[in-house]
Every structure is written in C-alpha cells, then in structure tokens.
Design a protein around this ligand. Structure first.
Ligand SMILES: [Zn+2]
Length: 213
C-alpha cells in the first residue's frame, strides 16, 4: 500500500491518499479542500472511496466535488451523520461561508471492519472532538489515521458543536492500547506512533502497559 500526504485548505489539513499500486485503486482520507488538486493527484488511479474521520468543514469541503467527479463512496461513522449533514454544526457555513452537507454512502459502527484496496480497515469510534469522531486502523499495515482525536503529543479541541469533553481522554487511552509500533497519521501536524504517545501525550498520564489486555 502506498501512502501520500497532501496539505489542503486554509488550516493545512492532512489529507491522505492510499493507493493499491497493483489494482490502481485509491482512497482519500479527509479531503478537506482543494478538490481539483486532489483529483489531479489521483488522475492516474481509480478513486473508489473517501473515508471521513469526522464532519468538520476542514475535513469535508472537497467531498461533494470529488464524489461528483469520481463516484467514490463516502464512509463515515453512523454517529457522525447528523454533523455531516448540518452545515451550521460542521462549521462550513458559519466559518467558511461555503455550506456543505455530506451524505455518507456507508455508515459504520464502532469496531466495524471492511475491506478496501485489498486490506482490512477497522473503524474505531473515538468521541470527544465531536460526538461521532473516529479513527481508521489498518492492522496489516500497522497504521492509524487519527483525525482530530490524537495528535503528536496532543489531542483535539473539545469546544466545538457536539464535542464531548469528558470522553476525549477515554478515547485517546483506548488508542494507546493499540500495538506500540502502530504509526499514527493525524488530521493536522506531524505523524507519531503509539509508543511515543504512551510516554508523551498529556492524556496518557498514568497509562500502563499492563492495562492492555
Ligand atoms: Zn475537527
């Protein structure tokens, strides 16, 4: 599996392109803006899926244009559907003046696994930053796409619509139970890995390896 990172939009969201080079199929994670640039990046592949970690404007603004141009199917947590549909709550209207409603084609439950690009992907529901925020875990690759839940030595803000300030710590600590060598690809900023976050994340305080079952 090939992985590429493109920074898009005014808040430099990390949009990831996953490509199965054998089949030429590709998937995007969090295409937050600049749809035409992303389409150009994917012009030599077949864009079949768009995975959304949550519904904020800076992760979804390019979705309508990408869907129209490619026919890619949109994957999102079922718990995030209301925010994806509501251009006030997803802040695309009030903050960007570009109101967007996104309808998911595939709605996922916590822990649900699906096959994509010849690999297995597990959706881990991680409420906190928004009520339906999630991460996508690829066990075969040892990769975690952590959206705005887990950042390098940090975590997502919990003061925006549907945020659950009491839930973010539990969500992050559940992620810390993934294998130590899991590479973490967040929605903003640089990458990290689970071993580093166990030591350095502010929400890891008191986290013990013995807790991992
Ligand atoms: Zn966000």
């Amino acid at each position: 599996m090939k992985l590429e990172l493109i920074h898009v939009g005014m808040v430099m969201t990390n949009c990831y392109i996953l490509t199965n080079e054998e089949t030429g199929e590709a998937a995007l994670i969090d295409p937050g803006d600049e749809a035409d640039r992303l389409l150009a990046c994917c012009r030599d592949r077949r864009l079949t899926a768009i995975l959304l970690t949550h519904g904020h404007f800076d992760h979804i603004l390019a979705v309508p244009r990408l869907r129209e141009a490619s026919g890619a199917r949109i994957y999102a947590p079922a718990a995030e559907v209301p925010l994806l549909m509501d251009s006030d709550e997803n802040l695309s209207g009030p903050w960007q003046g570009r109101p967007v409603s996104v309808r998911a084609d595939v709605t996922l439950q916590d822990g649900e696994e699906f096959e994509l690009l010849g690999t297995r992907i597990r959706m881990l529901l991680t409420p906190g930053h928004t009520a339906g925020s999630c991460c996508y875990y690829l066990p075969q690759e040892g990769w975690l796409f952590s959206g705005d839940t887990l950042f390098c030595e940090s975590y997502g803000r919990v003061d925006l619509p549907t945020a659950m300030p009491d839930a973010i710590s539990r969500s992050v600590r559940e992620l810390l139970a993934l294998p130590a060598d899991t590479r973490v690809f967040p929605g903003h900023g640089g990458g990290t890995d689970i071993a580093h976050e166990r030591k350095c994340n502010p929400l890891a305080h008191g986290w013990k390896e013995e807790d991992v079952k």
